[in-house]
Design a protein around this ligand. Structure first.
Ligand SMILES: Cc1ncc(C[n+]2csc(CCOP(=O)(O)OP(=O)(O)O)c2C)c(N)n1
Length: 298
């Protein structure tokens, strides 16, 4: 479906309390427009669970479970297996978590579900930090980024570590479907969520989610930054389906410095740090590109 063909109505109804410019809110709205009402969702502690509200004021108009931080994949596994035991078909079981809940706290449950090929759809909205609790670094925060736990003072210059590449980790599990997406390429986004909806087994989609306070950017800049993230290679669009990996968009790698300078979290970066980031971006692209040249992966 094209964007114009999607229903205006989404089970993600109005009334969330997300920050101005929050991309996670937009992601949830569009994901649920595509998945529709025959969906059961589970969201762990995160911005999303907070700005969704609580019953009876919850803005998800479908069955919705809020559980513990590390449990997303395990919770949706239980729901999916219970539906199977009851002989109920055609219901999407969705887990939706931030990058902290996915790549740090939730990683072992996620890994187990991928290995067992549980019949679940797991979406990580990756805002690249523990944003709900006040902007701490997660395992998926970019190298060099400022956060409250990676300060820029006393000779400390932001996050020292490379971010975990969760799609690559899940591909190594031979997971059924693994993709990344962005609201900046909405047709690619829709196609991937539709594909993830239609197939059975373990499906993972990770979506870049601009966080205006966490990235220290003006509230109107999200869509532009999401576009520049793709063009600069900062965010790769990839898809692993039927054991074949594809890179869906080849970045130009141009304008990385301008892209970074628009974000307060990177404004302290030295030239050396910039080169480390640039080198990392190109290496990651080369890795995906060389894996995509294989006829059959693993
Ligand atoms: C076991 C446990 N540790 C810490 C917390 C506190 N906590 C709630 S939400 C959150 C941050 C979540 O970060 P992420 O998953 O990246 O989602 P975001 O807030 O960025 O949307 C933390 C640390 C918790 N609820 N449970």
């Amino acid at each position: 479906m094209k964007l114009q063909e999607l229903p205006d109505e989404s089970p993600y109804v109005s009334g969330d309390s997300a920050c101005p410019g929050c991309m996670a809110s937009n992601i949830a709205h569009n994901v649920l427009r595509i998945l529709g009402k025959k969906t059961i969702a589970s969201v762990p502690p995160s911005c999303m669970s907070v700005f969704a509200g609580t019953f009876p004021n919850l803005n998800w108009d479908i069955p919705y479970f809020h559980m513990q931080f590390a449990n997303t994949a395990a919770t949706v596994t239980g729901i999916s297996r219970a539906l199977k035991a009851q002989g109920k078909e055609g219901i999407v079981v969705l887990g939706m978590a931030g990058d902290g809940g996915t790549g740090d706290m939730g990683l072992q449950a996620l890994s187990g579900a991928a290995q067992r090929d549980e019949n679940i759809l797991y979406i990580c909205y990756n805002n690249q930090g523990y944003e709900n609790t006040g902007i701490q670094a997660s395992g998926m925060t970019p190298i060099g980024a400022w956060s409250k736990t990676t300060p820029v003072r006393n000779h400390s210059t932001g996050n020292e570590y490379y971010p975990k590449d969760i799609p690559r980790i899940l591909i190594a599990h031979e997971a059924t479907y693994v993709a990344t997406a962005s609201t900046a390429d909405i047709n690619d986004f829709i196609r991937k969520i539709e594909r993830a909806k239609e197939i059975e087994g373990f499906r993972y989609v990770e979506i870049l989610s601009v966080c205006t306070p966490g990235w220290d950017v003006e509230t109107h800049l999200g869509p532009q930054l999401a576009r520049e993230a793709i063009d600069t290679g900062f965010w790769l669009l990839i898809e692993y389906d039927k054991h074949k990996l594809m890179v869906n968009h080849d970045p130009t790698f141009k304008g990385l410095d301008k892209f970074l300078k628009k974000q307060g979290r990177f404004k302290h970066m030295t030239l050396d740090q910039y080169h480390i980031m640039e080198d990392h971006i190109r290496r990651r692209y080369q890795i995906y590109k060389s894996l995509s040249s294989l006829d059959h992966f693993l």
